[in-house]
Write a protein that binds this ligand. Structure first.
Ligand SMILES: *Cc1c(COP(=O)(O)O)cnc(C)c1O
Length: 589
């Protein structure tokens, strides 16, 4: 591609991006594709022959866009925002066009010095301690991510805690400990694993009701571990936790860290940039205790991924852990110690000219424009929280000092609240107008509404709120109808059971009556038979009495017939009655 071809196609690509941004609001926020859908649209083999750029652009629309969740959509309220902006894209384009490597000062002095300078600017803008400025013992650097920054901070802390021995001898198993809370970002535990300490080295310090680390609990754990001969390396305090933007109390944690000589790393990945706004700085009171600090311009500060601002108060610990100088990288400036070589401040050797996009962004918007962006997100989140607080359908689950609001929908008592909330979330996200994510707060599922996408306005937050309320109504109605249906079914089942019980009772009563009747009839029959027998006996007696007067033989057979036959007839009748009773007494099922 010649420069002239690049010019032409470059314009086409910029046009395509501008068109994408323009039509974003009409696209479903969350990608509707199923696993494998995107790959199914791609050819099995790479193209043997080059294709015109127009074919690639056409496939952006056909293959890529449907497979995107649109993070720049004004209805994107998921996770944390991942801002980009025109100046950021253009700065990155320049960086890409320059294609320089900034691993050492000498490999492109402007890449290093612009980065140092921009990081000093931001240390000022965010109100960070003087120790972080490049003019002192510390300094700032752009990392690829806060996850990377957390690892780098841990390596520097290990270097300091070990007196530099880890560089040669590595870590001693089960010697070092690292302190986090249950709300700390998972990348810190990952860093512990990557650094070779193993997850068992992680101590999870208790949090208070507001999900902030308890200083007393930290002190107790440090004391216990030191008493057992362990070496505490690093405490990771979070300003603005990922789950709920809880804030660990730096001003209280700092002195404890100092007392135990443990490195205080502040992970302010999302929230740190709010320090631009003076009224939000109190959240980070005590930041002067920090040995290192990370915040992402690529989350909430209008700068595209990747742009993590990372500072250390003592850069010697960092470079002590990471510097390595093979012969082929030696140069006079480095040897003279006159420059910073950023390869010694990061894991990788190679590095892009990332500072350009940040420089473009801060020059385009000015500190004032950046502050306005932060303030707008906070104000919109605050408004949303107030609507929710005034509404009986929702509770605001946690404090919302920044632009994230955690909402706990209220449901009827007979509804499984977590299932209902997740159903509400799926319904909202299926709708395509907004995208939210969830977390758990004190064991219950809550909805996270993270305001802060660059194009989100009050109208979009209002719409999100309206959709939340409408969907809550629909679902509540569904749940109420389902509950009523369940109640109807249960009532019908109860009535049927009662009907059968009554039937059984009636049958039993009938059987009882028939048995009584049979007994009565039997008794009557016995009485009748007794009477008859008595009568026969009396008659026989009479016959015997008159016998002497009769001449001739007594008709013994005739009198015997009466005496013998009568009991036999009685037995048959009794047997029949017993059979009848036995039949009636069978349960009538
Ligand atoms: C987002 C986040 C991270 C990870 O940031 P990346 O830059 O995406 O690696 C770390 N810590 C906290 C508190 C976060 O919110």
């Amino acid at each position: 591609m010649t420069p002239e071809e690049f010019r032409r196609h470059g314009h086409e690509v910029v046009d395509w991006i501008a068109d994408y941004w323009t039509r974003l609001p009409g696209l479903p926020v969350r990608s509707p594709v199923a696993p494998g859908d995107v790959r199914a649209l791609l050819p099995d083999a790479a193209p043997e022959r080059g294709e015109p750029l127009s074919a690639v652009l056409a496939d952006l629309d056909r293959v890529v866009v449907p497979g995107l969740t649109h993070w720049q959509h004004p209805g994107f309220f998921g996770y944390f925002p991942a801002n980009t902006s025109g100046p950021s894209v253009l700065g990155d384009l320049v960086s890409a066009g320059l294609g320089v490597q900034g691993m050492s000062w000498v490999t492109s002095p402007a890449a290093t010095e612009l980065e140092q300078h921009v990081l000093d600017w931001f240390a000022d803008l965010l109100g960070l301690p003087a120790s972080f400025r490049s003019s002192g013992a510390g300094g700032g650097v752009l990392q690829d991510s806060s996850s990377g920054a957390n690892l780098v901070a841990l390596l520097a802390a290990l270097h300091r805690a070990s007196g530099g021995t880890t560089v040669r001898h590595g870590v001693v198993p089960e010697e070092y400990t690292v302190y986090v809370s249950a709300e700390t970002h998972s990348s810190m535990e990952k860093a512990v694993r990557v650094a070779g300490l193993g997850s068992d080295a992680v101590r999870i310090v208790e949090v208070d009701y507001d999900l902030a680390m308890r200083p007393a609990a930290l002190a107790a754990r440090l004391e216990r571990d030191v008493a057992r001969g362990l070496k505490p390396v690093l405490v990771c305090a979070t300003v603005g936790t990922t789950s709920t933007t809880a804030v660990d109390p730096l001003a209280e944690l700092g002195p404890i860290c100092q007392r135990f000589g443990v490195w205080l790393h502040v992970d302010a990945a999302y929230a740190g940039v709010s320090g631009l706004v003076p009224e939000l700085r109190p959240l980070q009171d005590g930041v002067e205790w920090a040995d290192s600090y990370t915040t992402d311009a690529h989350k909430w500060l209008l700068t595209g991924f990747d742009a993590t601002l990372f500072w250390v108060a003592d850069r010697a610990a960092l470079t002590g852990a990471l510097a390595i100088l093979p012969e082929y990288l030696r140069n006079a400036a480095t040897d003279a110690g006159a420059v910073v070589d950023y390869r010694d401040w990061q894991i990788e050797l190679g590095r892009r000219f990332r500072a350009l996009k940040l420089w473009f962004v801060v020059r385009w918007y000015g500190a004032e424009g950046l502050r306005a962006h932060i303030r707008s997100g906070v104000a919109l989140a605050d408004e949303l929280a107030r609507w929710a607080e005034a509404d009986e359908r929702f509770d605001v689950a946690t404090a919302h000092p920044l632009s994230l609001v955690c909402l706990r929908p209220r449901w009827a008592d007979d509804v499984d609240a977590d299932v209902a909330t997740m159903t509400l979330l799926e319904r909202l996200n299926d709708g395509g107008e907004v995208f939210l994510t969830h977390t758990t707060v004190r064991g219950a599922v809550v909805l996270r509404v993270a305001v802060g996408a660059p194009t989100t306005t009050r109208t979009h937050v209002e719409r999100a709120w309206q959709l939340l309320a409408e969907n809550h109504d629909w679902l509540s109605r569904d749940f109420a109808e389902a509950a009523a249906e369940r109640a109807r079914v249960a009532a019908a089942e109860r009535a049927e059971a009662e009907r059968r019980a009554a039937e059984r009772a009636q049958a039993a009563e009938r059987a009882q009556a028939e048995r009584a009747e049979a007994e009565r009839a039997e008794a009557e029959r016995q009485a009748t038979d007794r009477d008859a027998a008595a009568a026969t006996a009396a008659a026989a007696a009479t016959e015997v009495e008159v016998e002497p007067e009769v001449t001739g033989p007594v008709d013994a057979e005739a009198t015997g017939t009466v005496e013998v036959d009568a009991p036999a007839a009685r037995d048959e009748t009794a047997d029949r009655a017993d059979d009848q009773i036995a039949q009636i007494a069978q349960p009538a099922e």
